[in-house]
Design a protein around this ligand. Sequence first.
Ligand code: ZN
Length: 217
Amino acid sequence: MQLLIFGPPGVGKGTLSGMISDKYKIPHVSTGDIFRNEIKSGNSELKDYVEKGLLVPNMVVNKIVEKALREDSFKNGFILDGYPRTLDQAEFLENALWKIKKKIDLVLNLVASEETIVERLTARRNCSKCGAMYNLITMKPKKKDVCDKCGSPLVMRKDDEPETVRKRIQVYGQETSPLVDYYKKKKLLVDVDASKKPKEVFKEAVKIMEERIPKQQ
Ligand SMILES: [Zn+2]
């Protein structure tokens, strides 16, 4: 089965994808992973863009994704995260899959209110020295604002500050709304309530998947 996962930063895409990946034995891949592998295997054009911090052109991204999708590790399917980002890419993906007799079976669209996401992300803390991660709700340090491992002060990443989080959610919404419409029209996209606990979100996603995707033998 071929799945896409959509959702703003902090909504829990990584967690849900990991759980689905474990249950259905299909890899969870992001464009970041695909890029890293491609660079490792010697793609100097891509390496150049990434090292210079330049935006990788659409055509280059598409070519790399198409090649990756043909790899053996994806033969039973995948959960793709972070791609497509544009309508052009969505159409390209459809065509690339068609060529290998596959298609997108389902798009899971994780939805949570801005307040829920802000609450979650602003609870994250990082150790200023060793980088260990904490969460004031789910993974509290033993001593307030101090790293359990090395005793250094904990800090909030700039990315996790409320104003930045709100901005990131907005940008995400603007970028993604054409894609949400695109997959809605194709009757492939289903909203998943991601404001609940990870286990419950997973349960809902599985229910949707079992309903929507015929068993593959
Ligand atoms: Zn530390």
